[in-house]
Design a protein around this ligand. Sequence first.
Ligand code: HPA
Length: 276
Amino acid sequence: MKNKLSEKIKETVAFLNENGVKDPDTGIILGSGLNGYADRIKDPVIFSYDDIPNMQSGMVADHRSQMVFGEYLGKKVLVMAGRFHYYESRDMEKASYPARVMVALGVKRFIITNAAGCVNRDLGKGKLMLISDHINYSGDNPLMGPNLDEYGPRFPDMTYTYSKELRDALKEKAAAEGIELCEGVYMMFTGPSFETPAEIRFARVIGADAVGMSTVPEAIIAGHAGREVIGISFLSNLAAGILDQAVTGEEVMEAAEGIKDTFARVLDLAIGIQKI
Ligand code: HPA
């Protein structure tokens, strides 16, 4: 029996190859409020997700649902501006499909970004956090179903998903420019409701430093295929119950607007790291 997912990926990859996407080495997935970064690529090839076979377009208002490919900082960079979240359809295959396509296109380094709620009070709102590890609390996994052996094993290791070597190198480069990067564990809740204060206390107890509704599906797909992953969370708000006030989508977007230049600089540095 033909594996349908595998066929779909091949169809998408063939379309992108035919339309100028060749051998991307770096894949960047932009989170809420950060899509403007894609505009840095000069002479890009731009696709709307709607025009790419088998691709689902994101439905979150701020997200532009575009794939942008081009040369940037001496690398061939493929940017996903806008993601289709798990909460939009309860479908992990759709939520992780762009990452599947990046793997199949040959992306070696994934840079995955998000806005997240800060659970660890020692970090704080407004910080950029390198993801050192994750907790998949979605209750689902994008690798469920037949394994695509051509990309990775049935039971992939997740111990080294977020490379320490890359984190250390990125922290050092950022520090040299006066940008502080903290580090911590990202926990994925499905959303779309924000967490309750009790859920946030639970998250802290089990070891989370930040919570969000994305990134984990993509990191699992990249990790499955043994690709490098750099995960960066922007801590856009203190998670529910830390302050006696509501968490809102507006606060998240507003905060993202304020950090976007620094975030962009960190992304530039992340693209440029040479592995030692
Ligand atoms: N919770 C979940 N996802 C988020 C949050 C939050 O507090 N902030 C930004 N994304």
